[in-house]
Design a protein around this ligand. Structure first.
Ligand code: GAL
Length: 428
C-alpha cells in the first residue's frame, strides 16, 4: 500500500467515523444540523454565509424548491449530513417556512427515507432537488424529486457503513413523485420512473426519425455504445441518447417544475444531460400527458430554474461540471414549450473576494453557486430572487445558499453579487 492510498484510507475512515458520530444523534427523529446556541433574527440576505433557522441550526435544505402558500414561503431541500456520506439521502427532504424570506422556521422532514430495503426511497438513495407544487383541483401538494437508485451488492443493506462505500452512478435518472394533503407533509411516496416511454416529442419527431435512420444504417451498435463520447462525430449521432431511452422512458436528472394557468410542466435535463425536455403533467400533476418538447438541443445544461416576466420565460441553467460551479447561463423563450434561445451569462461584476473556506466567488462561477430556483417575491411586482447552491461535497451539510436579487439590463435578467442585501432593492 503506498502513502497515497494509506492517506485515502485514513481519510475515508476518519470521514466515516465523523459521519457515524454525527449520525448517532440524527438518523431518527432527532435530526440535527451545525449547532449554534445563538438565535439570530435576520433582516437581510447574506449570500454564502451560514444561514441559521429558528432553533439556531444550519438551514438544511439543499437543491431547494420554494412555494408561497397561505401567506408563507416554504422551502424544501435535501437534508444533508457531514462528510461525503451526506450527499446521499439518510434522512429525507427537509421543509422550512418563512414569512419574510430572511428567517426560516424548521417544519421538519416532509418526505422521510424508508428503512425497508425494498422501498424505492430506501435510506442511501440519491434524492435531489425537490420541488413542491400545489394542485387546486385535488387540493394536494405534489413533490417531485430526482432519484438515483442504489446499485451493487450492498444496495439493499441499510447499514451506514455499506451506504458510505457505495458509489452513485447517476444512471437511474428518474423522477420520483410524492403527495400530501398538508404542505409540510408527511408526503406519501407514489412512484419513481423514467418519462414518456415510447413517445415522440411534439416539436422534432421528424428530426429524430431521420437521426434513427442514420444510426441504424451507419452505427449498428448504437444501442450498446454511447457514441456521444465521440465528440467530433456529433452531427451524425444526434438522437442516439433519445432512442436509447425511447422504449424505457426518457431520463430526468436536474429539473424544476413550473405551474401556469392550472397546468404544470416538468423542465428536466435528459438524454444524458445533452438536451432539456419540457413535459406537460396531467391535471392532478402526478403523471405525464405524453406531450413534451426537446429544447436547447445538445447544449449540455444542468440546474434549470425558470421564471416568467411580462410574457417572456427565462431559464437559468449551468454547464455540466458536477458539484463544481461554472459560469451561469440564461435562455429566453416567448412560450414555455416553444423555441428557447440561449443568450449568455447573466452574472455581472468581478464578484466577491475569496475567503478562507472557499475560493473566489466571481461572476464566472455564478458567484460560486449553481442555480436551483427563482423565487417570485409576493406583493412586489416583477421582483425575483435567484437561489443557488454553493455545494460542499466533501462536507455536504456545509453547502451554503446564495440568494441574490434579479436585476435587469437591456431587457434581460442579470445577477450581481451583494455581501448583504434586502428586499428594498426591488423598490428602487
Ligand atoms: C450536479 C447537479 C447536482 C448533483 C451533482 C452530483 O451537476 O446539479 O444536483 O447531481 O451534480 O455530482
Amino acid at each position: 500500500m503506498n502513502v497515497v492510498s494509506v492517506k485515502i484510507r485514513i481519510g475515508a475512515f476518519f470521514a466515516f467515523a465523523v459521519a457515524c458520530s454525527f449520525l448517532s444523534g440524527c438518523v431518527s427523529e432527532n435530526y440535527s444540523g451545525v449547532n449554534s446556541s445563538e438565535y439570530v433574527k435576520y433582516s437581510s440576505f447574506e449570500p454564502g454565509k451560514v444561514l441559521l433557522d429558528n432553533n439556531g441550526r444550519h438551514v438544511n435544505a439543499h437543491g431547494a424548491g420554494f412555494i408561497f402558500d397561505g401567506g408563507r414561503y416554504y422551502m424544501f431541500g435535501e437534508h444533508k449530513l457531514k462528510g461525503t456520506l451526506g450527499n446521499k439521502a439518510i434522512v429525507g427532504i427537509h421543509c422550512y417556512s418563512s414569512a419574510d424570506l430572511y428567517n426560516w422556521r424548521d417544519e421538519g422532514i416532509a418526505l422521510k427515507v424508508s428503512h425497508d430495503p425494498d422501498s424505492p426511497i430506501v435510506v442511501g438513495t440519491i434524492l435531489e432537488r425537490p420541488k413542491v407544487v400545489y394542485n387546486k383541483k385535488t387540493g394536494k401538494y405534489v413533490m417531485f424529486v430526482h432519484l438515483e437508485k442504489r446499485v451493487g451488492a450492498t444496495a439493499k443493506s441499510t447499514k451506514l457503513e455499506d451506504i458510505f462505500k457505495e458509489k452513485p452512478n447517476y444512471k437511474t435518472a428518474q423522477i420520483a413523485i410524492a403527495v400530501s394533503d398538508k404542505i409540510t407533509g408527511p408526503y406519501k411516496f407514489l412512484e419513481t420512473k423514467r418519462i414518456n416511454a415510447g413517445k415522440l416529442p411534439a416539436n422534432d419527431a421528424d428530426e429524430l426519425l431521420k437521426a434513427k435512420k442514420i444510426l441504424d444504417e451507419k452505427y449498428p451498435d448504437w444501442k450498446q455504445t454511447y457514441l456521444f463520447t465521440v465528440r467530433n462525430n456529433r452531427e451524425k449521432i444526434k438522437g442516439q441518447a433519445f432512442w436509447q431511452d425511447f422504449e424505457t422512458g426518457q431520463m430526468s436528472r436536474d429539473f424544476t417544475v413550473f405551474v401556469e394557468d392550472d397546468k404544470a410542466y416538468l423542465i428536466t435535463t435528459s438524454e444524458q444531460n445533452s438536451t432539456i425536455h419540457i413535459h406537460e403533467l396531467t391535471d392532478d400533476f402526478t403523471d405525464f400527458t405524453g406531450k413534451f418538447v426537446r429544447v436547447l438541443h445538445y447544449g449540455w445544461h444542468e440546474a434549470p430554474a425558470i421564471f416568467k416576466k411580462g410574457g417572456k420565460y427565462y431559464m437559468f441553467t449551468s454547464y455540466c461540471t458536477g458539484w463544481s460551479p461554472n459560469p451561469g447561463r440564461l435562455s429566453v423563450s416567448d412560450s414555455l414549450m416553444g423555441e428557447w434561445k440561449e443568450v449568455g451569462n447573466p452574472c455581472r461584476g468581478e464578484g466577491q473576494k475569496a475567503n478562507r473556506t472557499y475560493p473566489a466567488a466571481k461572476a464566472d462561477t455564478t458567484f460560486r453557486s449553481q442555480s436551483t430556483y427563482v423565487i417570485p417575491v409576493n406583493g412586489k411586482k416583477d421582483a425575483f430572487i435567484y437561489v443557488g447552491d454553493r455545494w460542499h461535497p466533501d462536507d455536504a451539510i456545509d453547502g451554503r445558499y446564495v440568494f441574490l436579487p434579479i436585476e435587469w439590463e437591456n431587457g434581460l435578467p442579470v445577477i450581481k453579487w451583494y455581501d448583504s442585501w434586502d428586499l428594498s432593492i426591488f423598490d428602487k
